[in-house]
Design a protein around this ligand. Structure first.
Ligand code: PLP
Length: 291
């Protein structure tokens, strides 16, 4: 079946969706993006994702020349065109096209690309068993240099380096520390610990992206009476947590059962994690924007 890509305001066949070699996203990582999921023809958390995209663009001083409603409509249109029942939507924006880093040299409006794919990060067995995770030597950049609240293209070179560290040793994910040695997040996911019945997750000030899935889990925790707080997290806290799990649009909610060779809790997805995974899956079945 013909696949379509929304490129700068128009649906074009995927084979014709090409970008300039001088696109600032390609040249300098000068842009932002979102990854969004569709479950059974319902787009999950569409508004929060689009809101974060506009905040990222605003912080980067990229004027998208369009509004959130138009981008949302374009996302819906792309999902419909590709008859995507369940899958992944990628929305990428860049400052535009022009050689030289000075934005004064740009010769175009910002680039906006919306595409859809099938994406499965982990096997069903990994969701059942939980992930073995390592700590990467690659750090997240200090929040005062690149704010982690901006889901910027350029920031991800570090996350890719960290992911390669995990791949090299056959780990499912890598935790990334900030320059003070506190745990920020994983390469494409947020971290939660369960300790004494309470959820703990690092705040954006420690280098964590304010994840949409993280917020969904925090909302579920509130609805179901599980206390949750944002706090500085050390590796000691991770190793000694009762349970730990990761959240992200791509990864969804997945238990983390070892870290750096230390068993977390009893080395299996714990009861709180399992409850939250079930509640998260239930939300993906019941909440969102239909297409
Ligand atoms: C670095 C990083 N942290 C956390 C997340 C999880 O965020 P979300 O739940 O919004 O996908 C992502 C994925 O977008 C990410 O790239």
């Amino acid at each position: 079946m013909q696949q379509w890509v929304h490129l700068n305001g128009q649906l074009v066949p995927k084979s014709e969706a090409t970008l300039s070699i001088y696109d600032h996203g390609f040249l300098y990582g000068d842009g932002a993006f979102e990854g969004i999921r569709v479950y059974n023809r319902v787009i999950f958390q569409l508004e929060p994702h689009v809101r974060r995209l506009f905040r990222s663009a605003h912080a980067l001083s990229i004027d998208l020349k369009t509004g959130p409603e138009q981008i949302q409509a374009a996302i819906v249109e792309t999902v419909r065109a590709n008859q995507l029942d369940s899958g992944y939507i990628r929305v990428s924006v860049s400052r535009g096209v022009g050689l030289g880093l000075d934005p004064a040299h740009l010769k175009s409006e910002p680039t906006v690309v919306i595409s859809t794919e099938q994406l499965r990060l982990y096997t069903p067995e990994m969701y059942e068993r939980g992930l073995d995770v390592i700590t990467a030597s690659t750090r997240v950049p200090p929040s005062v240099c690149i704010d982690p609240q901006i889901k910027s293209l350029g920031r991800y070179v570090n996350n890719i380096m960290a992911k390669m560290e995990a791949n090299r040793v056959g780990a499912g994910e890598a935790l990334m520390l900030n320059m003070d040695g506190y745990v920020a997040e994983a390469t494409g996911d947020n971290l939660f610990l369960v300790q004494g019945g309470e959820l703990i997750t690092p705040p954006p000030s420690q280098g964590a992206l304010p994840g949409i899935t993280r917020q969904v889990v925090m909302d579920i925790a509130k609805e179901t009476g599980i206390p949750c707080r944002q706090s500085v997290v050390t590796l000691y806290d991770v190793y000694n947590a009762d349970e730990a799990f990761l959240t992200g649009t791509a990864a969804e909610v997945i238990a983390m059962v070892t870290c750096d060779g230390r068993r977390i809790g009893d080395g299996m997805p714990g009861p709180v994690t399992r409850r939250l995974i079930d509640a998260f899956r239930e939300k993906t079945r019941t909440a969102g924007v239909p297409v």
